[in-house]
Design a binder for this molecule. Structure first.
Ligand SMILES: [Zn+2]
Length: 255
């Protein structure tokens, strides 16, 4: 049950700023108001300036949206452009507002925007973001026989004084024996193999598998020199606190 080598920790190695990208929040972008208003003025000189809401948004792809709602112009820009220079933002404002009001888009703006997003650093970020945010929604925690959230809360009280913040929990298709359980730190998700979602196996075996994955939250992987330590001595000690540890281990070996 160790996290597989390709577990999402590698994402943290790809780019130092990955953790910040994991929990992005929509960010207002008042600094862009003048840019968008100036473009609007250029396109529609006789129309009163409409109220505009412009925000950066954590899309899974390099997307931007613009719409008109009850007289307000609503703009959502990919947060990948948060550090884009002003001329690029101006080109984007031209492109979006011209699309909204069906004006032709001069090639100079398209070219300027494309040049920016074609930069190697931006392309790499777009790929990383797609990996992180583009996943399909996780399987739900409630299985046919067991509810992982209820099990988690019970174990949380019994072994962690209830302090452990609940990660995402889901049932996963059983692919391989070593994938009975898995904790993915990049998505803060524990996946448990569906082979345990059955009345045929005793509940404590499933509890033990979930407990093991919860210990991965408690004891994050450490690096000793070039070696990654996934199951430290401390981890193994805690694991043996499980009351029917030997029985559970034996049951897993039989699977
Ligand atoms: Zn493990």
């Amino acid at each position: 049950m160790p996290p597989t080598p390709e577990d999402a920790l590698s994402l943290f190695d790809v780019a130092g700023d990955a953790p910040a990208l994991l929990r992005p929040a929509p960010r207002s972008s008042d600094r862009l108001q003048p840019t968008f208003l100036a473009v609007f003025r250029e396109l529609k000189p006789r129309t009163p300036l409409p109220p505009m809401e412009i925000a950066f948004y954590p899309f899974a792809h390099l997307n931007h949206t613009i719409r008109l709602r009850q007289g307000r112009v609503l703009v959502r820009l990919s947060d990948l452009l948060q550090s884009a220079p002003e001329p690029v933002m101006e080109a984007l404002a031209q492109i979006l507002l011209r699309k909204l009001y069906r004006h032709p888009i001069p090639e100079v703006y398209n070219a300027r925007y494309r040049r920016f997003i074609g930069q190697r650093a931006i392309v790499a970020k777009v790929q990383l973001i797609r990996q992180i945010r583009g996943r399909k929604p996780q399987a739900v925690a409630r299985g046919r026989h067991f509810d992982l959230e209820a099990l988690f809360e019970d174990l949380n009280q019994r072994f962690f004084q209830g302090w452990m913040a609940r990660p995402n929990l889901g049932w996963a298709a059983a692919v391989a024996r070593r994938n009975l359980g898995h904790y993915d730190p990049a998505h803060n998700t524990i996946l448990i193999s569906r082979v345990f979602d059955t009345a045929a196996l005793p509940r404590f075996v499933l509890e033990y598998v979930l407990y093991h994955e919860m210990l991965h939250l408690r004891f994050p992987v450490t690096q000793r020199g070039s070696r990654r330590c996934v199951h430290s001595a401390e981890f193994r000690r805690e694991e043996r606190r499980f009351p029917r540890w030997a029985e559970a281990e034996a049951a897993l070996k039989r699977l």
